[in-house]
Design a binder for this molecule. Structure first.
Ligand code: RNT
Ligand code: ZN
Length: 421
């Protein structure tokens, strides 16, 4: 896009927003506070590097599609991540899973992982002045095959996963220490049952006990923040999930943990955006896993839909961005993965930009005065305001392609890199 056109359009947009009492410059400076944690697993369909050709196995989640160019080595993954970041304005962190260590072809079981397997990532992040986040990987493993990990009735299985998760927290805390920004460690487990179970209570009691043991070691908050992620159902755990929303919300409130909200993990008519103002009254911070569920928790690439818009607007309206850790969680293998990454992340940034451009004070005034028609009209009008012109300008001042220009960049990368893998 021509810079002159971007500048002109921005100038007009700025005036239009100003008429509604919105300062676009202020909105742009708010965008600098938005840091998005990129989920490394979009580059390789949640395969990991434990062995060559590793694939996502079970756990109730699934990546579908076979678009060429999947990252098969750490080097390829790092190339993809650098490409993605070169096309994104604003700041990013990287979110790693435990299966993405540098194991150098050796068999390192999950209860054996150590800092040395992730030191390369820490150095990589340091070079880029980025923070790292981390996740234990309690799926794609023979000891998760029967569908239960931290809640298992088999003490050996439980012990294995407790050890794994403890090690992951230690690694995450060290990431936070070395990088000078706390690492968020997220626990998601696949535990659940296909058919109606009878003894839910013992399973949930086991999970609580495992978590208590995992969290026994305390790390300074400046190094590590612990998050726990609930789910409604998964493939093969349709009838009951041990770590339900009630379970983890209760645990998080009682034990001062972060709650993870993955917007694919609720009933389709339930709005995650509506939960934010409630949860923030009872827990210090939230971790978001932004995704797009299509009929189910399908982990489609995020788009600028109502679901996402409500989440971003509710956070900004509550002036709570400082208490929200923005993460992503989608993995689509059916299209250019690097492209998918960029589209999805840009949509999240657009949703927040739109929230920063809302004339909230006017809307609240209408609401308090009972002027509901006026409120509805203004909300509708905001949908056709020139958000895109402000966005293009934001891209331009961040030195990344504006408008459709990034599509060509992705196509070049596909031709020169992805299709040659
Ligand atoms: C699964 C959860 C979980 C995973 C990642 C890979 O339903 O959303 O967050 O997607 O840990
Ligand atoms: Zn998730």
């Amino acid at each position: 896009m021509k810079k002159e056109l971007i500048r002109k359009s921005y100038q007009l947009a700025k005036e239009q927003y100003a008429e509604l009492g919105v300062d676009t410059e202020k909105a742009l400076s708010e965008m600098d506070k938005l840091v998005i944690s990129l989920h490394c697993w979009q580059t390789d369909d949640v395969g990991g590097f434990e062995r060559e050709g590793a694939e996502l196995g079970g756990g109730g989640i699934q990546a579908t599609g076979n678009f060429p160019g999947k990252a098969r080595t750490i080097g390829q993954m790092r190339d993809d991540l650098d490409k993605v970041m070169s096309l994104l304005p604003g700041k990013q962190r990287l979110n790693l899973h435990a299966i993405y260590g540098e194991f150098e072809g050796k068999k390192v079981d999950r209860d054996q992982i150590e800092l040395k397997h992730f030191q390369g990532w820490i150095d990589w992040a340091k070079e880029r002045s980025m923070g790292l986040d981390f996740n234990c990987t309690c799926f794609s493993h023979p000891l998760s095959d029967d569908g239960f990990t931290l809640s298992s009735k088999n003490p050996k299985i439980r012990k294995f996963w407790i050890e794994h998760t403890k090690r992951c927290r230690a690694i995450a805390a060290e990431m936070g220490r070395q990088l000078g920004t706390p690492s968020v460690h997220n626990i998601w487990i696949p535990d659940g049952s296909k058919d109606t179970p009878v003894d839910r209570y013992t399973l949930r009691k086991n999970l609580k006990k495992s978590l208590d043991e995992i969290f026994e070691i305390r790390y300074p908050v400046k190094y590590l923040k612990d998050a726990i992620e609930s789910k409604l159902f998964g493939i093969g755990s349709e009838s009951m999930v041990v770590g339900s929303h009630d379970f983890y919300l209760g645990y998080a409130i009682k034990n001062n943990k972060l709650i993870t909200l993955d917007n694919g993990h609720f009933h389709p008519t339930e709005q995650v955006g509506d939960k934010i103002s409630s949860i923030l009254l009872f827990v210090d911070e939230i971790l978001l896993h932004l995704t797009r569920g299509v009929r189910w928790d399908s982990d489609h690439v995020v788009t600028l839909n109502d679901d996402l818009m409500l989440i971003a607007h509710e956070i900004v309206r509550a002036k709570a961005l400082g208490r929200i850790n923005v993460g992503l969680d989608f993995f689509d293998a059916s299209l250019n993965r690097v492209g998918a990454y960029v589209v999805g992340t840009r949509s999240v940034q657009l949703a927040f930009l739109s929230a920063f451009l809302e004339p909230t004070a006017t809307l609240v005034k209408y609401e308090e005065d009972g002027k509901t028609f006026e409120r509805l009209s203004l909300l509708e009008l905001m949908k056709t305001m020139p958000l895109g012109a402000v966005w293009d300008y934001y891209c331009m001042i961040n030195d990344v392609p504006a408008g459709p220009d990034y599509i060509d960049e992705i196509r070049k990368y596909e031709k020169n890199v992805l299709l040659k893998r």
